[in-house]
Design a protein around this ligand. Structure first.
Ligand code: RI2
Length: 300
């Protein structure tokens, strides 16, 4: 169980973070665990794998890539040789995830014009893929990155884009409205997409979407199909993770009485989203139901 516990801890403390990376890390942990298990009956093997899946899924509650990856991999338990099935499906998930990010880059880059200034929030592999692809196509682009308090993942994005040679500006989260006139398009990632086309993403995303909407700036989210939440189609709500207050600030003495809240994600209503960039194409938020039905019908 070492590899499972280790991966659980790394996801929980955000050493491994970003919805896609979490999913791939879980798939890889299941593969490694399966390969280590010896001398068990198929039944015992299946029980151990299911338990391991439950542990991984409990690490963080919001990004649906985590349970979707685990369910995809554990479907391999239905194969004649469950170990081979799990290993095969883990590899398939990881490879198709990387391919999806590449395709999202290509499709999304078609929406970026030469001379555009792009705003992004937090640190999303999928959103960065769109930006880098547009740059690779020779488009003259600039990018504004928000800091993304409290964990400042925007710094990772800013450094990544700057290292790539892209004209990059870092701003505080509260400066989005101030700068929106300089922005041509917003591209963010996704932790989950609901059946009614809402976006669950890093806290602050919905404020950016409101500001973009007010200024008629297109707002796009880059989301692999495994970011779509199958259970929302039967009415389940997505749990928003609330993390430790010490990530925001630690007060001393009498000020310890000040309450601190630290939600990690918020929900952007579908009406503020122009398009969802998936690896199977750009869809309107109204197309979310179709994606869930097509790709996750077996999970309901
Ligand atoms: P990719 C991150 O969550 C951000 O909210 C980001 O937009 C989202 O995952 C998707 O990231 P966190 O793990 O899968 O930093 O596109 O809490 O990399």
């Amino acid at each position: 169980m070492d590899v499972i516990k280790e991966t659980f801890e790394k996801i929980k403390n955000m050493e491994i973070r970003g919805a896609g990376r979490i999913g791939r890390a879980a798939a890889n942990a299941l593969k490694m665990y399966a390969l280590k298990i010896q001398h068990l009956s198929n039944e015992e093997f299946k029980n151990r794998m299911k338990k391991a899946g439950e542990v991984l899924v409990s690490a963080r509650p919001t990004a649906v890539s985590l349970p979707n990856a685990v369910k995809f991999v554990l479907k391999g338990l239905e194969d004649e040789d469950p170990k081979v099935g799990v290993v095969k499906r883990a590899e398939e998930f990881i490879n198709s995830s990387l391919k999806a990010i590449e395709n999202i880059g290509k499709f999304g880059a078609n929406r970026i014009r030469d001379g555009d200034t792009i705003l992004t929030h937090c640190n999303s592999e999928a959103a960065i893929s769109v930006i880098k692809t547009a740059y690779d196509e020779g488009k003259d682009i600039k990018v504004f990155c928000t800091e993304t308090r409290p964990r400042n993942q925007g710094y990772i994005t800013a450094k990544t884009l700057y290292d790539y040679g892209i004209d990059t500006t870092l701003i505080v989260d509260s400066a989005v409205r101030y700068f929106i006139r300089e922005i041509d398009i917003v591209v963010v990632g996704a932790d989950a997409i609901t059946a009614n086309g809402c976006l669950v993403n890093k806290i602050g995303t919905s404020q950016i979407a409101l500001v973009a909407n007010e200024s008629r700036v297109p707002f796009l989210t880059a989301a692999e199909t495994y970011k779509f939440h199958p259970k929302t189609i039967v009415g389940e709500l997505i749990e928003i993770e609330e993390r430790d207050p010490s990530e925001v600030v630690v007060f001393e003495g009498k000020y310890r009485g000040i309450k601190i809240r630290n939600p990690a994600f918020d929900v952007t209503p579908s009406k503020y989203i122009d398009a969802i960039i998936t690896e199977v194409g750009l869809i309107p938020p109204q197309g979310a139901w179709y994606i869930i039905e097509k790709y996750f019908g077996w999970l309901k």
